[in-house]
Write a protein that binds this ligand. Structure first.
Ligand code: ADP
Length: 269
């Protein structure tokens, strides 16, 4: 398949996404060549928004699945359900995406149960097929189908990591929090808060991220900075908004909280 329909449909309505590098080109090239893509990066740094943006630009429907430790292959593929006394087959999101030539985004794929990876393998190689054992079907992915998965390498959990045999089936893109100038633009755009008032929030986020690994497991996400700015734009006092959206979500430890609030005073005091 060549990439000729790239940006033909939906581009104008694509949700706002500020690129950090060449990730849009890479994603489009992968899509045009039916390559699956793996997005690596911390939570709240823009991965989901990026996929939504690219799906709209490429004019493909998008099925997003938030993976969790109980998610099984049947949840993705589908199952027989009782409807009005009859047993009917209902496609899961992955099967629908395969039939329609849509993009299927498996968010935090490492969380899912092991049988999920088995399903993904024949879809991520040349065959691009989805065997459905229950119905005996073997679906060939329609043109335009693309598998996208994300995971957060920051969670140091040996049990929950992608096996090389799985990860080596994907083109991988490394995501991180945007640089300060870009993050200011994103926060202003998303929250409606004046850019000059977003600047110190982003500076504070940078300082909080510096504590990752010492006091904090995860740095503050762009999502939380957007929440903080949104509360401020709604008229909440700055310190209250920061406490609610940039401090409390990060830790339950009172000592660490006090340390974080000292940082807030240093930036805003
Ligand atoms: P992830 O999927 O990495 O956990 P999201 O894509 O949900 O994170 O991003 C969280 C929020 O941060 C988005 O809803 C959006 O408001 C904002 N955001 C982060 N990065 C960007 C970006 N590059 N362009 C636009 N918005 C962004």
């Amino acid at each position: 398949m060549d990439g000729t329909y790239i940006e033909r449909e939906g581009a104008a309505n694509a949700p706002f996404y500020l690129p950090q590098g060449d990730e849009c080109d890479l994603f489009a090239a992968a899509h045009a060549n039916t390559l699956p893509v793996l997005l690596k990066g911390p939570t709240g740094c823009g991965k989901t928004r990026f996929v939504a943006h690219m799906a709209a630009r490429l004019g493909r429907p998008l099925y997003t699945v938030a993976c969790h430790d109980d998610l099984s292959a049947a949840d993705l593929i589908g199952r027989y359900l009782l409807k009005g006394g009859e047993t009917v087959w209902v496609d899961g999101p992955l099967t629908r995406a395969v039939r329609e030539g849509a993009i299927c985004y498996l968010d935090e794929v490492v969380e899912a149960r092991k049988d999920v990876t088995v399903v993904l393998h024949p879809l991520t190689d040349d065959r691009r097929i989805l065997p459905i054992d229950r119905t005996g079907e073997e679906l060939e992915a329609a043109p335009g189908f693309m598998l996208v998965a994300s995971y957060n390498p920051g969670y140091q959990n040996i049990l929950k990591t992608l096996k090389p045999s799985t990860r080596q089936r994907f083109v991988a893109l490394d995501f991180d929090f945007p640089a300060a100038a870009e993050e200011e633009r994103i926060v202003a755009q998303e929250s409606g808060l004046d850019p000059a008032r977003c600047k110190p929030l982003v500076r504070l986020a940078g300082k909080l991220r510096g504590l990752k690994g010492q006091d904090l497991e995860e740095g503050v996400s762009t999502r939380l900075v957007v929440y903080t700015a949104t509360l401020i734009a709604q008229g909440m006092p700055v310190e209250r908004a920061i406490r609610a959206a940039m401090v409390e979500p990060l830790t339950d430890d009172e000592d660490i909280k006090r340390g974080l609030l000292d940082l807030v005073t240093a930036v805003f005091g």
